[in-house]
Design a protein around this ligand. Structure first.
Ligand SMILES: Nc1ncnc2c1ncn2[C@@H]1O[C@H](COP(=O)(O)OP(=O)(O)OP(=O)(O)O)[C@@H](O)[C@H]1O
Ligand SMILES: [Mg+2]
Length: 361
């Protein structure tokens, strides 16, 4: 069982200040979508309105096409997992899981069967008799997840559900969540401020800033084609280059920055910039090629490495260039010479490698 969710021009104000500002979005049935944004951007408020705990000041919320704006949370019957687990401390794991079913008046035998099935799904079989305080953080989080899923909700809402966990536990639970999603087909609405988590988990990401959805799309579309400085900077690392357009050559912009000239293909969806106007370019570190010569790339700058950070799978390198500091990534362990502080080299990129951004700063 699964449901689609639509928000139609939803606003929530607190004392005149909008926490959520005229948001419209569609979440397809069975999708795994993520609301990603900085602290205070309105993610929890959006989730609480979908759950029914917060009533919108304006706008409508639909589930499978039906207006549920005025419906109380218990009628919506969406599963919810909050950050602080919120398990009942005086109930065992099995009793915690049974609780939503008891509320729904299910028989003892049916409840026992569902509790056992759910414990198995979250890999906690055998721990039903323990109390929450006798479990690790990750185990508690899995109980909270199982409790939210046990009544087969049409929609599962998760608010920063993995944030409190250490990196390995978190990676394990991320996998389990995606697995669960694939098996159950329930609509998942996941809130996080962790960009890597959003990229790796979601079918679709909605980027939230100051109460608004500023861009949405598949993780890859958002990463490859951010439209604004905010999105490019929030989702992954980006070098920003401020230039001035000097000419237009068909689809290609010619711009100057740091006393040098560069070429950049402007796509149809790029903001229009006229000759003589400032242009903002976003250049991902992994698209920069480091070497002695430019190697035929359309764009290159000379640089001197001033910082090398080892990150296991690769090195993050910062170089001083006429464009200011540029970050680049060099894979480690594939025979590439390891860059060192003080090395002089050329940083090069193609005219398709970067994106033209709207400056929303
Ligand atoms: N009950 C409330 N009363 C007044 N203001 C509120 C209330 N709830 C949220 N806000 C305000 O609305 C804005 C959005 O809050 P919200 O909790 O939705 O942000 P968030 O994106 O979930 O942030 P975080 O990542 O820190 O959890 C904030 O400015 C917050 O202070
Ligand atoms: Mg929040």
């Amino acid at each position: 069982m699964t449901a689609s969710i639509v928000l139609d021009r939803v606003t929530k104000t607190y004392g005149g200040a909008p926490a959520v500002d005229d948001v419209s979005l569609e979440i397809g049935a069975g999708r795994f979508v993520t609301l990603l944004g900085p602290s205070g951007s309105g993610k929890t408020t959006l989730l609480m309105m979908i759950a029914g705990f917060v009533r919108p000041t304006a706008g409508r919320i639909l589930a499978d096409g039906r207006d549920i704006t005025a419906e109380p949370p218990e009628r919506r019957a969406f599963g919810m997992v909050f950050q602080g687990y919120a398990l009942f401390p005086n109930m065992t794991v099995a009793e915690n899981l049974a609780f939503p079913l008891t509320l729904r008046g299910r028989s003892k035998a049916a409840i026992a069967q569902d509790v056992a099935r759910m414990l198995d799904i979250v890999h906690l079989s055998g721990l039903g008799g323990r109390y929450p305080r006798e479990l690790s953080g990750g185990q508690q989080q899995r109980v909270a997840l199982a409790r939210a899923l046990i009544f087969n909700p049409r929609v599962l809402l998760l608010d920063e559900s993995l944030s409190a966990l250490d990196k390995n536990l978190r990676a394990g639970l991320q996998e389990e969540l995606r697995d669960l999603h694939a098996r159950l087909g329930t609509t998942f609405v996941f809130v996080t401020h962790d960009q890597e988590e959003a990229l790796s988990m979601s079918d679709e990401i909605f980027i939230v800033n100051k109460g608004r959805i500023v861009q949405s799309g598949s993780p890859k579309a958002l990463y490859d084609r951010p439209r604004t400085r905010f999105v490019a900077g929030f989702l992954g690392r980006t070098n920003f280059v401020d230039g001035t357009v000097t000419a237009r050559d068909g689809e290609t912009l010619v711009y100057s920055a740091g006393g040098l000239s560069f070429r950049q293909r402007a796509r149809d969806d790029a903001p229009a910039v006229a000759v003589g106007q400032p242009v903002l370019i976003g250049l991902r570190p992994e698209t920069l090629r480091l070497g002695e010569a430019a190697g035929g790339a359309a764009n290159s700058v000379p640089g001197t490495i001033d910082l090398v950070t080892y990150e296991g799978a690769d090195y993050h390198v910062r170089a001083t260039t006429p464009l200011g500091p540029l970050q680049a990534i060099v894979a480690s362990g594939n025979g590439t010479p390891v860059p060192a502080r003080g090395d002089r080299l050329t940083l090069a990129w193609g005219e398709d490698a970067a994106v033209v951004l709207a400056d929303d700063r």
